[in-house]
Design a protein around this ligand. Structure first.
Ligand code: GLA
Length: 412
């Protein structure tokens, strides 16, 4: 009798112990971002000026232009799609901008072989003054799951007295419990150093404030600033060891095709690929120049970003407006890049032997003294010899030279 009672209470104790455990163990959906996410987002080009016609047009163009097949699969609506909450507190779409509703839009996007993303905010209101998700996190997650959302960008405006770790973990748990795998993109601007705590929470986290559509400048808005491509690049210093498959540093969305020069756009796209950054386009795909299309669809550059090793590139040298970057790739290859930040063309002689390095993140070594690599220029798409001897290059103003180095394997 006593033993049976003991057994029962033991069983109850075990059950009790398991309960809270199963609750704290809510996890983000793994497998959603083994390589940096790729897609398009409405903010950089359209800001709040969006509607379902524009979004459908973009979906059509993602397919027609070949962008979807190049890997850009997420179509994300940013701020300002929101209307009011219903009487029970569930968020609804703006009935004027999205008269067919978000579910119909999601169905259309899915029918094109794309995935669909929305935007919300951890505070009371979004940055654009629409209802945020504070206090409605589980309702929001259920709503997104019902609509067929695949990606959530979660912003950080109007969050006075909200704790970032708590707020993002809460939303992570809400998404988990709603049951639909949704990629969780944290947009907290790097303020609480999310790279140090968010690996188990989000699939990517913004590392900085907003990008501004210029190559090398800061835009001071008074109470906040937005940053040019070079400024954002500099702010990535020291963060590479925190990124990897499933959890990426996000230096913000691309401005390629929004009016900078072709050289600047090429440099921007190259550096984001060297950073293994999410490649989220921000231009109007309905009228894209051939030069923009060529940059965004360069499969060999995309492959640098999407490399399965998932190691962010490193800046090895910085001198006289030139930067030399390396990114270790799967199967012994390296991406090698020279960035010219100056407004004049620069000449540089590459002495490969000066670049015998061991990367402390991947533990990989270049071994230029013992290994010869074939040099392939990823923008001209031509092989340019071997790393046996020095190589003189001209790097145009605010542009890059980008190579893929592949070790010459001994043929049997
Ligand atoms: C913040 C984000 C941007 C964008 C806007 C929308 O500034 O950082 O990326 O989502 O809000 O209002």
């Amino acid at each position: 009798m006593i033993t049976r009672q003991l057994k029962h209470s033991l069983f109850a104790v075990i059950l009790l112990c398991m309960l809270p455990l199963s609750q704290v163990k809510a996890q983000k959906f793994e497998e959603l971002a083994k390589t940096p996410p790729m897609g398009w987002n409405s903010w950089n080009k359209f800001a709040c000026d969006i509607n379902e016609e524009i979004i459908r047009g973009i979906a059509d163009m993602m397919v027609e232009t070949g962008l979807r097949d190049a890997g850009y699969v997420y179509l994300n609506i940013d701020d300002c799609w929101h209307g009011q909450r219903d009487s029970l507190g569930f968020i609804q779409a703006d009935p004027i901008k999205f008269p067919s509703g978000i579910k119909a839009l999601a169905d259309y996007i899915h029918s094109k072989g794309l995935k669909f993303g929305v935007y919300s905010d951890a505070g009371k209101e979004t940055c654009g003054g629409r209802p945020g998700s504070l206090g409605h996190e589980y309702q929001a997650a259920i709503t997104y799951a019902k609509w067929g959302v695949d990606y959530l960008k979660y912003d950080w405006c109007n969050t006075e007295n909200v704790n970032p770790m708590g707020a993002y973990t809460l939303m992570r748990d809400a998404l988990r419990s709603a049951g639909r795998p949704i990629l969780f993109s944290m947009c907290e601007w790097g303020q609480s150093k999310p790279w140090t705590w968010a690996r188990e929470v989000g699939h990517m986290w913004r590392t900085t404030g907003d990008i501004y559509n210029c190559f090398d400048c800061v835009n001071d808005h008074g109470t906040w600033k937005s940053f040019g491509v070079m400024q954002i690049l500099d702010m990535q210093e020291g963060l590479r060891r925190y990124a990897g498959p499933g959890h990426w540093n996000d230096p913000d969305m691309l401005e390629v095709g929004n009016g900078q020069t072709v050289n600047q756009d090429r440099a921007h796209f190259t550096m984001w690929s060297m950073l293994a950054a999410p490649l989220i386009l921000g231009n109007d795909l309905r009228n894209m120049t051939p030069a923009t299309k060529e940059i965004l669809e360069n499969k060999e550059v995309i492959a640098i970003d999407q490399d399965s090793l998932g190691v962010q590139g490193l800046k090895y040298l910085s001198q006289d407006s030139l930067e030399v970057w390396f990114k270790p790739l799967a199967e012994g290859d390296w991406a090698f890049c020279i960035l010219n930040r100056a407004q004049v063309t620069k000449e540089y002689t590459i002495n490969w032997q000066k670049f015998n390095l061991t990367d402390d993140v991947s533990k990989r070594s270049t071994n230029f003294d013992t290994t010869t690599y074939t040099i392939r220029n990823l923008w001209t798409k031509k092989v340019e010899g071997l790393t046996k001897k020095d190589k003189k290059v001209l790097v145009p103003a605010q542009d890059v030279v980008l190579y893929r180095l592949s070790p010459n394997r001994i043929k049997k």
